[in-house]
Design a protein around this ligand. Structure first.
Ligand SMILES: *Cc1c(COP(=O)(O)O)cnc(C)c1O
Length: 396
């Protein structure tokens, strides 16, 4: 159901508790509705529900797919992504797995952009290979017409890409996918629905890690798969059911709570990141900033055309060896050393040159790459911290 309200308003209203008929009051928020199963008043009621379900209606008869709390988060994610069907999952990676398993069978071939989230390669090595699903990684420079095969079924991409934030041309990819009857699926964790809506740009499936900005408080693992296509939704629902994944209502509730402030959090992440970029751009140790919203980034034009905003995730290359960059990372005090991003706090990740080898977009061989998540701390403190840590590279 499309709402007349702006997205920010919708995010505040979805998940409101209904009034109690007897008292005429309601708590502001839905409670976390925890249950492993349901009770039915009598068998007629159960039969009627089963019939509705068979007709494809969204009816719950068992606890695995959750109750009201889950439905509210599905509505919120659909609103964000411009989707009709949403399946919530236990993590972002589990959602990527679900998307792959919903579309593919043994003997199929997948085209995967080489800028994708690293663990997708582990999914390939440990599961897809074993299942006889063939994967080709491609770069922006490759001619996809030459890589597509008669058994290619899925085009799986990420924009902006993990680590180097490389923007892809989603409408062009969609055109290509349609011409070759491929399903176009994309990881939209960066866009969080609010910044980028791949389904509106022609993607068939959007996968999102709620672990990052949706929840925003670094205390939940959660993901979702979203689509507008009924045929794909049926496969995604059936596959999720068969895989037996389930998400706790409390984690769903925390994500709904996080969503209420996502828009303002992103605005503050963006302000801080802009200031940090201006500082880094002037620093002699910094070779390049990888951030599509930065005017010098090669993806800036695509970002302006396709995105509605940006966030706090940047990578920087440093004019030193990867080994020397470890001194920078260790010297940082406000940036925690750790994976992930999208929470309220600043984080830093040293990127191994071996990992970068798989990314064709990386051309600064010999230099160091560090990923920063710019958090909600006071930006003056962050810049002071970055200044002293950059100085530490020089001092042996
Ligand atoms: C973190 C991340 C994921 C995986 O999410 P988890 O919930 O940690 O499994 C997927 N894609 C991207 C781009 C990510 O950054």
């Amino acid at each position: 159901m499309k709402s007349k309200h702006h997205l920010h308003t919708q995010l505040l209203r979805i998940g409101s508790a209904p009034f109690d008929e007897a008292t005429g009051t309601a708590p502001v928020n839905l409670p976390s509705v925890r249950t492993s199963t349901l009770r039915f008043k009598n068998l007629d009621i159960l039969d009627a529900l089963q019939e509705k379900r068979a007709r494809g209606e969204r009816v719950t008869t068992y606890g695995i797919s959750g109750l009201d709390t889950h439905r509210a988060l599905e509505d919120a994610i659909n609103a964000l992504e411009g989707g009709t069907y949403c399946v919530i999952n236990s993590s972002g990676l589990a959602s990527i797995h679900l998307a792959f398993m919903s579309v593919l069978k043994t003997g199929d071939h997948v085209l995967v952009s080489d800028n994708i989230y690293g663990p997708v390669r582990v999914l390939h090595d440990t599961l897809l290979k074993k299942l006889g699903i063939e994967v080709s990684f491609f770069s922006k420079q490759d001619n996809l017409e030459k890589l597509v095969k008669p058994n290619t079924r899925l085009l799986y991409v990420e924009s902006p890409g993990s680590l180097l934030m490389e923007m892809l041309d989603m409408p062009a990819l969609s055109k290509f996918a349609k011409a070759h009857d491929l399903v176009l699926a994309t990881d939209n964790t960066w866009g969080a629905g609010l910044l980028y809506q791949p389904l509106n740009l022609g993607a068939d499936i959007s996968v999102i890690a709620g672990t990052k900005y949706l929840n925003g408080h670094s205390d939940v693992m959660l993901g979702a798969v979203v689509t507008n296509r009924e045929d794909l939704a049926e496969q995604i629902h059936a596959t999720q059911y068969a895989l037996g994944n389930s998400v706790s209502a409390d984690d769903v509730w925390l994500t709904l709570r996080g969503l209420k402030t996502m828009a303002v959090r992103l605005e503050q992440h963006t302000r801080n990141t802009q200031t940090v970029c201006e500082f880094l751009d002037q620093h002699p140790m910094v070779s390049r900033i990888y951030y599509p919203a930065w005017h010098k980034d090669p993806g800036y034009e695509l970002w302006q055309r396709d995105c509605h905003g940006t966030n706090g995730l940047i990578s920087i290359s440093l004019n030193c060896s990867p080994e020397a960059a470890k001194r920078f990372v260790d010297a940082l005090e406000l940036f925690g050393i750790g994976f992930s991003w999208g929470g309220y706090e600043s984080l830093v990740q040293w990127v191994s040159p071996t990992v970068l080898e798989a990314h064709s977009y990386w051309t600064e061989q010999g230099k160091a790459l560090v990923r920063l998540h710019i958090g909600l701390e006071d930006v003056t403190d962050l810049i002071e911290d970055l200044t002293q840590a950059l100085d530490a590279i020089e001092t042996k």
